[in-house]
Design a binder for this molecule. Structure first.
Ligand code: GLN
Length: 482
């Protein structure tokens, strides 16, 4: 019996693409099923609000020219709203770019399209990807599909919620300090931050250029691997930071970790880590051992400096990148007295409170007299943080396992102190600072809410990272969601 489109949507990208290739279902039907699911869960006052823009006719038009033999044939996808697409607008969750339609397509959108995937919506996000909850979107907060009173995490919360709610099997987000892994953990799905340079950022609106990556979401490790295989790879012609390397093959049938050494960094398991979280991590580490891995205690001694360093470097780079939104070149323009008045009026009206805070912080740490004390020092410490990782790899460790976050999703509105929000990134920012790949995998539930475990690998070590993720997912089985 052929599966219904609704059932296929739940089964994932692999099942959809196979059914489309075999002629058992049409891409058009999958797109309609995706829109039907969105209509059920996304709209209304208690809806998920995970999609900022969508256009059924536009998506159906994309179907007409989509190849049906591709790796992601007929797979509906959501892209975070800071990734340029020509069909839908790219607002970055900000009023300053409301309704802005990019004149060109990002490399990842092109690659997905060429693989047969169909864009069905743009994901809600914290404004310009600054935040950890999607509450800082100018278009209202997104909700967590597991518990709608809670945040889906952020800043790629809309993309993560779209996947967790079954609107799409895979989605793209962006990561500067954890914005794919943390929402993946909060929504009970898989989220991958690649090595810096692995996925082209051509068409990603810049936040902090030395830290930004595009990342992928999937409900399973296999779907995340399929998406990674499609969007990774050399794009040096368009993005100077793209690595001149072909996309690695990440899908594997092996669930065996014999010979793999996995480090357990003590700094990620502080005494303050809630017992339930600790217990889930212990169970995950046992699962890795059961598959043949050796677990070794290691140390990344500069870990406690990662958050302060990140919150100097990221705002500094953001203040430079966001200078381009001046009312002249893009989006919103609010008239004021003279040119300076227009700049002030446009930027005051266009940017929300968190983005404004980051621009002010960034401008301060880059200003004359403070540059050496803050920005330069932060860059020096960043090098120490990166060296912690290379030292661990040099000792014969192949990858690390840590919690993705210390706690599950919090209630919408519960965190009002910006500093407390920054603490959400405690376990994720180091990977961005060190430019290493990392991914979050569901490892269980705390009080009914999903939590994630994080696998971190050496630069361009996505293959070993996925091998571990596949084994962990298969050994945990249903326990990953219990
Ligand atoms: N939460 C972090 C921040 O607000 C990370 C954001 C991100 O990865 N885009 O900067």
């Amino acid at each position: 019996m052929t599966a219904t489109p609704e059932a296929l949507l739940q089964s994932g990208a692999g099942a959809i693409a196979a059914a489309v290739r075999e002629g058992k279902v049409r891409s058009r039907t999958m797109v309609e099923a995706s829109f039907a699911r969105a209509a059920e869960v996304d709209a209304g006052p208690s809806g998920l609000n995970c999609i900022l823009s969508a256009d059924l006719n536009g998506s159906l038009q994309l179907v007409e020219s989509a190849p049906v033999g591709g790796a992601l044939a007929g797979v509906p996808v959501v892209l975070k709203d800071n990734i340029a697409t020509t069909m839908l607008s790219t607002s970055c969750g900000s009023k300053i770019l409301e309704g802005y339609v990019s004149p060109y397509e990002s490399t990842v959108a092109r690659k997905l399209r060429e693989a047969g995937a169909i864009l069905v919506g743009k994901g809600n996000m914290d404004e310009f990807a600054m935040g950890s909850s999607t509450e800082f979107s100018a278009y209202g907060p997104a909700r967590n599909p597991i518990d709608r009173t809670r945040v889906p995490g952020g800043s790629s919360g809309g993309s993560a919620a779209s996947v967790a709610a079954g609107i799409v099997p895979i989605a793209l987000g962006s990561e500067t300090g954890g914005s794919v892994r943390q929402p993946a953990a909060f929504c009970g799905i898989v989220g991958v931050k690649p090595t810096y340079g692995r996925i082209s950022r051509f068409g990603l609106v810049a936040f902090a250029s030395s830290l930004d990556n595009i990342g992928v979401f999937g409900r399973t490790v296999d779907d995340a691997a399929r998406a990674m295989e499609v969007v990774s790879g050399d794009d040096t012609a368009n993005d100077a930071t793209s690595a001149p390397l072909d996309a690695p093959a990440l899908r594997t049938d092996s669930r065996d970790l014999t010979g793999v050494v996995i480090g357990r960094p003590k700094e990620y398991f502080p005494a303050s880590l809630p017992t339930a979280m600790q217990a889930h991590c212990d169970r995950a580490l046992d699962a890795l051992r059961a598959r043949g891995a050796e677990i070794r205690d290691v140390s990344l001694p500069h870990t406690d400096l990662a958050l302060p360093v990140y919150y100097i470097i990221a705002p500094a780079e953001c203040s430079a990148n966001l200078a381009r939104f001046d009312g002249v070149r893009y989006g919103l323009r609010v008239e004021g007295e003279g040119l300076r008045g227009m700049y002030e009026a446009t930027r005051s009206r266009g940017f929300g409170a968190e983005v404004t805070r980051r621009i002010l912080l960034g401008t301060y740490v880059l200003s004359a007299g403070y540059y050496d004390a803050y920005y330069r020092k932060a860059m020096d410490v960043r090098a120490l943080i990166a060296r912690d990782f290379t030292d661990v790899w040099a000792s014969g460790v192949h990858a690390l396992f840590t919690p993705t976050t210390a706690a599950p999703a919090f209630t919408i509105g519960a965190i009002s102190d910006p500093y407390e929000m920054y603490l959400c990134d405690l376990f994720t920012v180091s990977a961005n600072l060190a430019e290493v790949p990392a991914m979050s995998i569901p490892i269980g539930r705390v009080g009914g809410l999903p939590v994630g475990g994080q696998v971190i690998a050496p630069r361009f070590g996505e293959q070993v990272m996925f091998r571990i993720a596949y084994a962990l997912e298969s050994e945990l089985g249903g326990a990953a969601h219990a």
